[in-house]
Design a protein. Structure first.
Length: 91
């Protein structure tokens, strides 16, 4: 069985990819959008890899500096937490 945390990253990343794709489609159609707070929440809850991939893949939310900076801040937070985890695990 895979590590539950890695599974959480995989599921949340897939969800982020789907939400960003849906939001991009909604933006093109001028229909109801996914709130930015929801996108950031999914990033925060282990979906940051999928969100960063989706931003590049769909060319979505890349030209909005405030959104992009929060996404990268969340990514930096995840990297810092993983670094602390590995440091503590080693000893």
């Amino acid at each position: 069985m895979p590590d539950p945390l890695l599974l959480a990253y995989g599921v949340a990343s897939l969800l982020a990819l789907i939400l960003f794709g849906f939001d991009k489609l909604a933006a093109r159609r001028n229909s109801r959008r996914v709130p930015e707070a929801t996108l950031h929440l999914v990033e925060l809850l282990c979906g940051v890899p999928g969100a960063l991939l989706a931003q590049q893949l769909f060319r979505h939310k890349r030209s909005k500096p405030s959104f992009y900076l929060v996404s990268w801040a969340i990514a930096a937070l995840h990297v810092a937490l993983w670094a602390l985890y590995w440091r503590e695990a080693r000893g």
